[in-house]
Design a protein around this ligand. Sequence first.
Ligand code: GAR
Length: 209
Amino acid sequence: MYRLVVMVSGNGSNLQALIDNVHRNAKVDAEIALVVCSKDGAKALERAAEAGIPTSVVALTDPSDREERDARLNEAIGAVDPDLIVMAGWMSIVTGVFLNQFPDKVINLHPSLLPAFPGMHAIQEAFDWGVRTTGVTVHIAEEAVDGGPPILQEPVPILPGDTVDTLAERIHGVEHRLLTRCVTLYSQGRISRNPATPRRMIVNDDGGS
Ligand code: GAR
């Protein structure tokens, strides 16, 4: 069975989508082997426990030494030998110590159409900028923050009556669907990197299951 690690920091609604639509879905041959959380007490940990999924809290104890934290990430995640590592609301910058340990196996979810609005406040910044369309990106995680090649992207319009909250709600709905789709396609061996065009991921999505 295809083995996933999901990395979270807070609420974990995207983790919940993966639990409901991948982990508990008999039609998808994949399981979440471990949830890694950067914060003790996060709601996401409750969601994992409720689903019977093992958890590990790996916090940044010394902000000037991310590499020390990343060595602990390698230990916790390496122990379950994952096929794919999904940053689903993981809100802490990681270094090459972690990313180089799992080349092309770490993907990140981001609530904008990258390269617009990278960083921690993408929904608010898109709203404040006044753009008419923002969206969701799932991309390969690289050392440049929110900078790896996109895998799936979907636009989300900003409507005249929107508040940041209504926009965020719509974006989260798209995230849950897009991340589920991305992880399912990975588990079916339908996503790869073309060495000849390394910024352009090959996604073999026929729209079916
Ligand atoms: C999601 O909107 C995700 O895209 C965002 O955090 C939220 C987590 O929600 N991630 C980033 O902004 C990363 N730069 P969740 O905890 O309910 O899944």
